[in-house]
Write a new protein. Structure first.
Length: 170
C-alpha cells in the first residue's frame, strides 16, 4: 500500500494538474469564476477528476463470462479506461460538460477506482489538487494556451499533457 501511495501519486496527480490547467486555459470564464469564488475549488477538482480521468487499469478475468457477445476467459486481461465510466450519460447528466458547481460526490466518479480497488491516496490527491489550484490561481495572472504551441498529449496507463505552453500578460 505504501508503494502504491508513493509511486501511484506521482504521475497521476501531475497528469490531473495538467488537465485542470489546460481546461482553465481553454475556458477563461471557469478560470475567472474560480478566482472570484475559491470556495468552488473542491467541487471543481472533483469535476476535473471526473471529466479528465487519466488512469486506465487492467484486471484479470477470474470467472468465464460473456459480455456483449465477447467471451472473456479466466486469465484474460481486460483494460478499463476510467474515463468511459465517468462519461456515461446514464450516470452523469451532460457528461462532456465541465460544471464547476455540479456538486459531485468525490467517490461517485471512477477516476480513483471504486470499492476495494479505490486508490489508497485518493483523499491526498484531491487535497493536493485543491492546494495546487488555489496557489496557482493566486500566483499566476489570467492565462491562456499559446496558439503557436498546442498542447501535446500522452497516452498509456496514465494519460497526460506531455507539454502545455501557456501565455499570460505581465
Amino acid at each position: 500500500m505504501c508503494r502504491n501511495l508513493l509511486f501511484g501519486g506521482l504521475d497521476t496527480v501531475a497528469a490531473a494538474m495538467g488537465f485542470a490547467v489546460l481546461h482553465l486555459a481553454r475556458n477563461p470564464d471557469d478560470q475567472a469564476r474560480l478566482r472570484a469564488d475559491p470556495a468552488l475549488l473542491p467541487g471543481a477538482v472533483d469535476e476535473f477528476l471526473r471529466r479528465y480521468a487519466s488512469v486506465s487499469v487492467a484486471r484479470n478475468v477470474v470467472e468465464e463470462i460473456e459480455m456483449d457477445g465477447v467471451m472473456l476467459k479466466v486469465g484474460d486481461n481486460v483494460y478499463l479506461p476510467s474515463t468511459l465510466h465517468n462519461l456515461d450519460p446514464e450516470r452523469i447528466e451532460a457528461p462532456l460538460e465541465v460544471r464547476l458547481d455540479r456538486g459531485l460526490n468525490p467517490v461517485r466518479h471512477a477516476t480513483m477506482g471504486n470499492g476495494p480497488h479505490r486508490c489508497v491516496g485518493a483523499g491526498l490527491a484531491r487535497m493536493e489538487l485543491i492546494a495546487f489550484l488555489r496557489a496557482w490561481l493566486n500566483g499566476i495572472p489570467p492565462f491562456r494556451c499559446d496558439p503557436a504551441r498546442p498542447p501535446a498529449m500522452r497516452g498509456g496507463n496514465v494519460g497526460s499533457c506531455g507539454s502545455l505552453h501557456l501565455l499570460w500578460d505581465a
